[in-house]
Design a protein around this ligand. Structure first.
Ligand SMILES: C[S@@+](CC[C@H](N)C(=O)[O-])C[C@H]1O[C@@H](n2cnc3c(N)ncnc32)[C@H](O)[C@@H]1O
Length: 197
């Protein structure tokens, strides 16, 4: 199963992220997908920003960028998306055309690319650096979403550190919400949302 395309209709971390993002992003918007993977989130963002908007999608794996490129071509959405291969810990350097404070949305979907090399898993230290970079890019009233996967090796500690990071953000500048299943398995994916006030 692709984490960005869950089966069934129940709410889950990915679906909640999409619901929140779709309430904040519209025609002409600027959005960043910091973990492009197989391109599902990139396509979702590209539809929301319309032909006058722009999506920037980053992944450390060339195979992920090629997968995203192919999906965008099938959906005829390539024109409105710029793809970058590199680590999201260097997000602002990878996206020199996005000034600080200009992105309405930045999305992270942590973990590994389904069906690919699991050594390219997101890692705590680079994830935390990338989240700091993302906050700089975020516009006022912009929203940052982070889907965390505590169920795989290393995922639990990364997810815990993401929560600690978010909990430590100053409440006069950022509103933080963490959404997790109340009656599902202990290590279910969960969503962290940071809104810039
Ligand atoms: C769960 S997948 C993303 C799924 C994707 N959003 C989608 O819709 O298909 C996580 C992705 O993060 C990427 N990744 C891991 N470390 C990274 C890093 N330091 N910088 C950028 N991407 C990274 C992996 O290569 C993988 O493609």
């Amino acid at each position: 199963m692709n984490p960005a395309e869950p089966s069934g209709k129940a709410l889950n971390a990915v679906r909640l992220a999409h619901l929140i993002v779709s309430s904040r992003l519209g025609e002409g918007g600027i959005a960043v997908d910091a973990t492009a993977g197989n391109g599902y989130d990139t396509v979702f963002l590209a539809r929301l920003v319309g032909s006058s908007g722009r999506v920037y999608a980053v992944d450390i794996q060339p195979v992920a960028i090629e997968s995203t490129r192919a999906r965008l071509e099938i959906e005829t959405l390539s024109d409105r998306v710029r793809l970058r291969t590199g680590g999201h810990e260097n997000l602002r350097a990878l996206l020199p055309e996005v000034p600080d404070g200009c992105a309405e949305v930045v999305m992270f979907n942590l973990g590994y690319l389904p069906g690919s090399d699991k050594t390219f898993i997101t890692r705590t230290e680079t994830t935390l650096s990338a989240l700091e970079e993302a906050l700089r890019l975020l516009a006022d009233s912009g929203v940052l979403t982070v889907v965390c996967y505590p169920g795989h090796a290393g995922g639990s500690s990364e997810a815990g550190r993401v929560c600690e990071w978010a909990n430590g953000l100053p409440s006069d500048r950022f509103a933080v919400t963490i959404c997790r299943t109340a009656n599902g398995p202990e290590h279910s994916p969960f969503l962290t949302v940071v809104e810039k006030r």
